[in-house]
Design a protein around this ligand. Structure first.
Ligand code: NIG
Ligand code: FE
Length: 412
């Protein structure tokens, strides 16, 4: 593969190999008229054109950015993109006033996608996922996290994780990070026996799936998996070698943020109803707050308190939560607009949240998330020379070209 060289780029990037916290999130490194050299999939040079090591123009693939902004590839660090069973009917019920939990308690929600997913072949799920992947790549995503959690039985969870791992092995437009979310809902076989189900997850599922998933996640929520069950599961998962994530304080204030900090989870996600103590616990323990504004928007719920997290010195990441229920959207452009307009994040903070902090939320900040020598050649070139276009052009895709592993994967 020829090296890829981008000339006349306006490089905009957070810096470092760990998540940026608090006011550090707003500090981006900007290099005007930069040259970027990608060799064998990695960034081998970024900086002044005059100091770039000599390359013969005929021996490289050359892009003239003409002053356009080049950012690190976006990391969507929270999705449920593998499933079967759309729930447009439930969305219509929500528009008529039903709540997410009412639908779930009436046997719909995650359970209805579970029924369809149990019936679906791996091939079908992979084909559907491929459609999401093509769209996310066009919006600048180069790494995505994908959760299991619509099987809730051994075979289907395993099939979902295999789909994720197989997609990953195929040279894809995006890298995919697998998460085991067996504790997404209580399956019908265990009705009324939450603790028995957690026992099963600990005894049978966790040991069996540890080579298929990097993270273990839990829907820590009132009447789903409450604090003690979540703690028990996550402590066992850590012993098996998983890194930890939680869906925390999404629907009500339960103490998920506090638990996440206490367990030093890599991230706690959602946090629409997090308490001040939860924010403090996460900030003190370095647990990333992964905020999902598209879900708040789609559920007509108040947005998570992004400013409070940042003021408390926590690291914030942003992700889509693409799933068939609470939030059937993977729109990076709309997410950026919501974060700026309704969560009062600055665009600089949003860029950090979607790149370096997203990378940290999938445990890959030493590898991706910023434009620095040695990191993977994952880049996004915008149509414009000003990154303020991102929130301003509301809900519209500003991405011109997406580069993953040093090669062009999407060209709009
Ligand atoms: O992140 N809250 C739990 N899980 C998903 C929704 C899953 C679904 O409704 O299918 C979420 O919001
Ligand atoms: Fe989720």
């Amino acid at each position: 593969m020829k090296p890829l060289v981008i000339e006349h780029a306006k490089v905009v990037t957070p810096m470092g190999r760990t998540a940026l916290k608090g006011d550090q999130m707003g500090k981006l490194n900007v290099i005007e008229d930069a040259t970027i050299v990608l060799t064998r999939g990695r960034i081998s040079y970024v900086g002044d054109a005059s100091k770039a090591t000599y390359y013969k123009k005929s021996k490289v693939n050359l892009i003239d950015a003409e002053g356009r902004v080049v950012l690190p590839g976006f990391v969507d660090s929270h999705t449920h993109m593998i499933f079967d069973g759309y729930r447009a009917g439930e969305f219509a019920m929500r528009l008529r006033g039903a709540t997410y939990m009412e639908i779930m308690n009436a046997g719909g929600g995650i359970r209805s996608s579970m029924n369809r997913t149990r019936e679906a072949s791996g091939k079908k799920m992979a084909a559907q996922a491929q459609i999401f992947i093509d769209k996310m790549s066009a919006m600048g995503v180069t790494t995505v996290e994908a959760k299991s959690g619509y099987g809730l039985d051994f075979e289907t969870e395993k099939r979902m994780l295999k789909v994720i791992n197989n997609l990953r092995k195929k040279k894809q437009k995006v890298d995919i990070v697998p998460t085991f979310l067996g504790a997404h809902a209580l399956p019908p076989e265990f009705q009324g026996r939450t603790s028995d189900y957690v026992d099963y997850l600990i005894r049978e599922a966790l040991p069996e799936f540890k080579d298929l998933a990097k993270f273990c996640d839990v829907f820590c929520e009132k009447d789903v998996f409450e604090l003690e069950d979540s703690r028990r599961l996550l402590e066992a998962a850590r012993k098996e070698g998983y890194e930890l994530k939680l869906h925390a304080d999404e629907i009500v204030t339960l103490g998920g943020g506090e638990l996440a900090g206490e367990l030093k989870a890599v991230s706690a996600d959602h946090l629409l109803h997090v308490s001040d103590a939860g924010i403090k616990s996460m900030a003190e323990n370095g647990t990333i707050a992964t905020l999902l504004p598209l879900t708040a928007f789609a559920l007509k719920e108040p947005y998570a308190p992004a400013r409070k997290f940042i003021e408390a010195g926590a690291a914030v990441a942003l992700a889509t939560d693409l799933n068939p229920g609470s939030c059937f959207s993977g729109s990076i452009p709309l997410m950026i607009a919501l974060a700026c307009i309704y969560m009062n994040m600055t665009i600089e903070e949003v860029i950090t949240a979607l790149t370096l902090n997203g990378a940290a939320a999938v445990g890959m900040a030493d590898e991706i998330g910023s434009i620095e020598v040695g990191k993977r050649g994952d880049l996004v070139m915008l149509d414009y020379d000003d990154y303020n276009m991102l929130p301003y052009y509301v809900g519209m895709n500003c991405v011109n070209t997406t580069i993953h592993d040093g090669r062009i994967v999407s060209n709009n």
